[in-house]
Design a protein around this ligand. Sequence first.
Ligand code: FE2
Ligand code: FE2
Length: 290
Amino acid sequence: MNPETTLAITPLRRDLHFPLPPEFLRSWHPLGAHVSLFFAALSIFFPDGERMFIHAVRLQRERLKSPELKRQVAGFVGQEAIHGREHEAYNQLLEEAGLPARALAATVATQMRQVRERLRPAAQLALTIALEHWTAIMADVLLRDSRLLAGAHPEYAAIWRWHALEETEHKAVAFDVYREVFGSGGAAYRLRILVYLLVSISFWSRVLYFHLRMVIADGRLLDLFGWWRMFRFLWLSPGILRRTLPAWLSYFRPGFHPWQHDNRHLLAGIGSLSDRYARADSGLPIVNAT
Ligand SMILES: [Fe+2]
Ligand SMILES: [Fe+2]
């Protein structure tokens, strides 16, 4: 695909709700508590992280010229807002189960506030597109390989599939905003790559720390078999992190664009998920963001 082109995919805001049974918080994944809590560690980041993404994109809204991109931004904002709401509910269940979700989420909130106060808008958006790339490449592995959620509790599998589907659907929106406002020349490229490197280190070190805190709180620090199963899940088979490496490297190309990796066929399952989990009181299963 020509680096100057993008796919005209407008994300839809879907008002879905996932009734997660709390008794399976630690055991919804067939590989056990360590893997279930790894996903929980990711969930801690979403509400405040995604609010920051919305903020960073909205800062540029007045500078956008393309009506199509403005519509995509509205869809992006709508999707991330619902993700935040559903992951806040997920995190509340973690807290009620005795895991330190609130304390860890508070550190994310503090960090995101510092990002808003201290970074210039271009850097805030560079941070957003770096993390959007990370979520998109993990989503791609999750949707592509049915082994990742095989045997998982259906409601937990559904929330993670839904989030992965919508992250795929809107994966280029923030990137296109960055490119339209700041271009793809030397300075914009250097900022994009510098922030990406910093984010890749700091995000994953914090995910691992959050995971460790939850495993300790759950009394499973010395469960070596649990650690081994998690290591195997991440790095060997199915190896979710190992398999993101080529896509992680692709971001360094000066002409990179998220839709150069055209995986829109993975979005096929989104309709049935929308029908099944539409909020009973939302009126419509699918609503365009305004
Ligand atoms: Fe999201
Ligand atoms: Fe996203």
